[in-house]
Ligand binder design. Structure first.
Ligand code: HEC
Length: 110
């Protein structure tokens, strides 16, 4: 009787051991990426659409006609602003306001 019990417990141990192996063991987990904003000041500056509009009107019509915000989608503006903000020599803060203003008034689709 003892033999049967120890045999059975052996079987049980083997089965549970096998079952455990079939479950993938996560040894490392990707740490969730912390919320990082692109510029330092972005975390401190609250985008202001009124200021953004003023800066846009004052600074973005110097080299060419002032574009219309609704001429481009948010996505296009992101691309355009990545090189127009430096061209207009805006500060990070001014860039945030202008970006917010243009995105708020951007075309809704392509
Ligand atoms: C120093 C001059 C200068 C300033 C300031 C400037 N731009 Fe431009 N912009 C250009 C030139 C030159 C082009 C056309 C050639 C090019 O795309 O590089 C252009 C093109 C554009 C276009 C057309 C892009 C396209 O793909 O059709 C948009 C929209 C635009 N600018 C928006 C802006 C905005 C918004 C600002 C203000 C943040 C700004 N620009 C400030 C010189 C300037």
């Amino acid at each position: 009787m003892k033999k049967i019990i120890s045999f059975l417990s052996c079987v049980v141990i083997i089965i549970t051991a096998c079952n455990k192996k079939s479950v993938p063991i996560i040894t490392s987990r990707e740490t969730p990426s912390p919320v990082i904003s692109t510029t330092k000041s972005e975390t401190l500056v609250k985008a202001d659409l009124t200021q953004g509009k003023q800066i846009f009107i004052n600074r973005c019509g110097k080299c060419h006609d002032l574009p219309l915000p609704e001429q481009f989608t948010e996505k296009r503006w992101e691309g355009i602003l990545s090189y127009m903000i430096p061209r207009a020599r805006l500060t990070d803060e001014q860039g945030i306001h202008v970006t917010a203003y243009l995105k708020a008034n951007a075309a809704k689709q392509n």
